[in-house]
Design a protein around this ligand. Structure first.
Ligand SMILES: [Zn+2]
Ligand SMILES: [Zn+2]
Length: 183
């Protein structure tokens, strides 16, 4: 996902509205896979405030995940607000003068502003970051999902299994037998 700011780069207060749609299907992050069940839609605008370009909007998609109790597939709609700042990378070779530049009057702290080169702001990273923080940590297929039997693994939403689940810890039961002189 990207937005070209060519037409507003010299216009303070200039604004470009956009609606970006991209199909990401499956992403692998730190060994985890995120499965997108619908395209990622980013609706927003980029505003030129002088040196800094503000990108604001809402990103929405559906994620397919599994129920935390019974492991059946669940589709979850997620939505995240995006509010990010970008500035054009300093011109080639200008590192010295760039660091000399007085930034004290800047509204934005330097570290909150990401640099981009050329006239195109790449948005994939910020979109992904904002989506990931809005991912629900634990998803259930239904409220009150009964989960799987810890002994036989049967989905208890479908029906009861034949296991009898003792409340007594098996090791404690064995200890009880020993103390009672049983074997
Ligand atoms: Zn479930
Ligand atoms: Zn069972």
């Amino acid at each position: 996902m990207q937005v070209n700011i060519g037409e507003i780069k010299d216009t303070k207060g200039g604004e470009i509205r956009f609606r970006l749609v991209e199909d990401w299907s499956e992403l692998y992050l730190d060994g985890q896979s995120v499965h997108f069940a619908s395209p990622v839609v980013f609706t927003g605008r980029v505003t030129a405030t002088g040196e800094v370009f503000l990108v604001r909007g809402t990103v929405a998609t559906d994620i397919e995940t599994t129920c935390a109790r019974c492991l059946s597939p669940v589709r979850v709609s997620i939505k995240a607000d995006v509010d990010e700042r970008f500035r054009m990378a300093s011109h080639a070779g200008g590192t010295g003068s760039a660091s000399d530049r007085e930034d004290e009057n800047d509204d934005w702290r330097q570290e909150d502003v990401q640099e981009f080169r050329g006239l195109t702001i790449q948005l994939d990273d910020v979109v992904l970051e904002n989506l990931l923080v809005s991912l629900p940590i634990k998803v259930l297929c239904q409220e009150g999902c009964r989960g799987l039997c810890p002994q036989c693994g049967k989905d208890l939403n479908v029906g009861e299994c034949d296991c009898t689940i003792d409340d007594i810890n098996p090791r404690m039961a064995k200890l009880g037998q020993l103390l009672n002189g049983e074997d």
